[in-house]
Design a protein around this ligand. Sequence first.
Ligand code: SF4
Ligand code: SF4
Length: 603
Amino acid sequence: MATPQRKVPTTSPYARPLYKWLDRLAPIGLALFMLTVFVDYSWWMVQSPARMMSWRGLIFFAIWIPTTLFYVIMAVKDIVQNWNSRWEFAGPKKRNPLADTIGVQKADSQREFFRSVTGKRYDLTQRPFFRWLFHRRWYQFAAQLPNVIIFNIVIIAGLIGVVNPNRNFATVITWYVWFGVLFVLMIGVGRAWCLICPFSAQAEWVQRLGLFGKGKKLLTLGLKWPQKYSTLLISVFFFLGLTWAEEFYNIAGPGKPAFTSMLVAGIIIWDLFYALTFERRSFCHYGCPLNGVIGVVSAVAPFEGFRAKDRSLCKTCTTKECMKGSERSYGCGWYEYPGSMSSNFYCGLTGECFKGCPYENIGLAVHAPLKEAYQPRKKRFDVAIAVTLMMGALFFEVINATPQYAAFDTWLSQTTRWDVVAKLLDGQVSAYPNPLDYMGIILLWPLFGWGVARLGSLLSRGHIAARELLTRYAYGWIPLFGLGILARQLPKVLTNGPTIAQVISDPFGFGWNMLGTAHLHLYARNFAPGWILYVQLGLVVVGGAASMFVTQKITQLDFHGRPGARAINWLMQGVIVLQMGLLLALYFYIALVDPGHPLSPPF
Ligand code: SF4
Ligand code: SF4
């Protein structure tokens, strides 16, 4: 398994003055960009004296000025502290000779565990450009900054902008654009969203008291997250709670844009609380409602994440800067150790390990899609339960569009008096969705998964435990879930997404025309003819086929030669086909029963 000794360069190819100046000028350019956006928005606000003198202007400047001031002060601090090439890549250390004896033996003894790093892969860090980029301290900051600006505008727009969600930047960018892009990013690149995430960015900047430099002091109590609560299920329950709240308050439109602001601001404050209390990115592991979905769907992506190139070297490395941090890098925010990573599940692509490893032993490989779903030897029970719960949430999202569900939900709310409580909570008039049927439908899927696993265990005549079957085969559901949920977002993204052209010029609906596109009337129907339904169905079929492929691979890799493996494989394939068929029928049905729907098929 260990790779042969590599030739490592002894000096940095980027020590030349051009690169040094680029290093210095890039952060200055980013800081200036930030200031330009600030000045531009403030200018347009000042141009509307009636609004500026109202409570709207007060909220705008109360959020806008302190946040920009914080970023500018931090940027200046980082630039001054790092002016003299502290970002410069120092050149790799010589390879430890023990790596070729002791390290190789140790790495070989774990060959089976690390089977995920085998097969055809292309390491992007072979390209000088990527090596240069990942060594830059401002690499992540540059990726985060535009998003941070966008989501700060979202908070302001929802609070002070017009109530019409289709004219308000907060609703349009968050639910009609971002939510669709998020799933495309997960399926294409893995945790690319986490690289540019504005929630963790701002919390981490406060925790590190800097935007991109490597400081020495941290602003946090640095508590460790209790081991016994270290499970993905926390994040999945937050996701389910958030999904329910989104449906109840209709946050994703046509509800009030202010709810979107509160949601985004709430996540940022919540993240900040974690960052000030716990070490590193504990929020990402145990607080973020998106963590479970992103981690799971990332398994579909053809991206490995940052990982050690040669594990035999790691076996003899005593300093472990990739994990613990170094002079020029922070330790991995996700507490990952690249020398033992076997999946991209928790790689947030921050690149700190790449900067930290003194041996240049970190790579970022691209490989065939789906590999991260079936290759890892270590598959986790909490991830499996999370997958089944999220599949339940996907089915709820589709079932809730049927008239039968609407009738049942209304009946249940009246029977249980939930409609009275819902009124007090300022929810929808219909009190939809009743928490009982919401959780009831979702919980059907873990129960179904468990029942199938029990049946599989019977087919193996008790030789394979149901828990093991559920743990391993639930990974096979991931592609169907990933593409199925993308299909669910598609109508909203394609029908309402084009309004982004208007709102980027007039984000608050005040009649501004910042980019000259405020009067571009791009109507949904121009972009969402009946064929979108067929794209949805196509995505589900591709997801189902990919799930069947992953299931087959799991049988080959994890259960080969074990009792009943063939019969179990048929059973698990049947489960995928059943779920795929159900999704196809539901997508078709909801378009069919709603002839006014822009997605109803052309017949
Ligand atoms: S896990 Fe959540 S908070 Fe953390 S980077 Fe990803 S999306 Fe952002
Ligand atoms: S990846 Fe980490 S453990 Fe491996 S050689 Fe580099 S610093 Fe050491």
